[in-house]
Ligand binder design. Structure first.
Ligand code: PEP
Length: 246
């Protein structure tokens, strides 16, 4: 089995400010974390102050599905790359539900990211109703197929984030067993497209991760780190979560 380097990612959503960026940089600078990758995805206006840090990788929360042109308010993969961005969240449930991003749009964004050398963090997950109706596997398989069936070569160029919608921002994380089950299923599905890439792709868990539950989640065999929303808005809490991933 391939050793997968853990990755812990912060998704600030439309939160935080320049002071938090400074605080985060200082906190991370004070604690060496050589055994994992730390990724910060701040709002776009805070990308610049976080760029070129030796202590974290830089990610955007979104990108345009188009490469350039008359798309007021959008940011292309090329512009993000020029600003020092290396990673980008794609298909976050808030983008899918609040901004109507379909599987087709998510696919176009994956294509843009990869064409411009960005590493997409492909987010997927079932909602509460789908879990209650025991449709979790079906939903995950469909979301994965929408991208990787036509582009198996993307597996080795992505990070995957399993984020059950019912666990995002609710304080109710999936249990380590529930999360591990979903992660193992995702890896199996990806193995149908490319077994070698599926073995090495990092699959992050997201949904109410905090310092108190991170270690147990990250200890699961197919969980390779986390995507952290609310708890990443406090530098000390986020550091503790990162330290749980070693
Ligand atoms: C997220 O937005 O990706 C997320 C997982 O949020 P939270 O940690 O707040 O549940």
């Amino acid at each position: 089995m391939t050793m997968r380097k853990p990755l812990v990612a912060a998704n600030w959503k439309m939160n935080g400010n320049a002071a938090l960026a400074q605080d985060m940089l200082q906190t991370l600078a004070g604690h060496a974390l050589p055994e994992l990758d730390v990724l910060i995805c701040p709002p776009a206006t805070l990308l610049q102050p976080l760029a070129h840090s030796a202590h974290c990788l830089l990610g955007a929360q979104n990108l345009s599905q188009f490469s350039d042109g008359a798309y007021t308010g959008e940011l292309s993969a090329a512009l993000l790359s020029e600003a020092g961005v290396r990673y980008v969240l794609v298909g976050h449930s808030e983008r899918r539900t609040l901004f109507g991003e379909s599987d087709a749009v998510v696919l176009a964004k994956m294509e843009q990211a990869i064409a411009h050398g960005l590493i997409p963090v492909f987010c997927l997950g079932e909602n509460l109703q789908q879990r209650q109706q025991e449709k979790t596997s079906e939903v995950l398989a469909k979301q994965l197929a929408a991208v990787y069936a036509s582009h198996p070569e993307f597996i080795g160029k992505s990070v995957v984030a399993y984020e059950p919608v019912w666990a995002i921002g609710t304080g109710e994380a999936a249990s380590p067993e529930q999360a591990q089950q979903a992660h193992a299923f995702i890896r199996q599905q990806l193995a149908n497209y490319d077994a070698e890439a599926a073995d090495s792709v990092r699959i992050l868990y997201g949904g109410s991760v905090k310092a108190a539950n991170a270690e147990e989640l990250f200890r699961q065999a197919d969980i390779d780190g986390g995507l952290v929303g609310g708890a990443s808005l406090n530098a000390d809490e986020f550091l503790k979560i990162c330290q749980s991933a070693k």
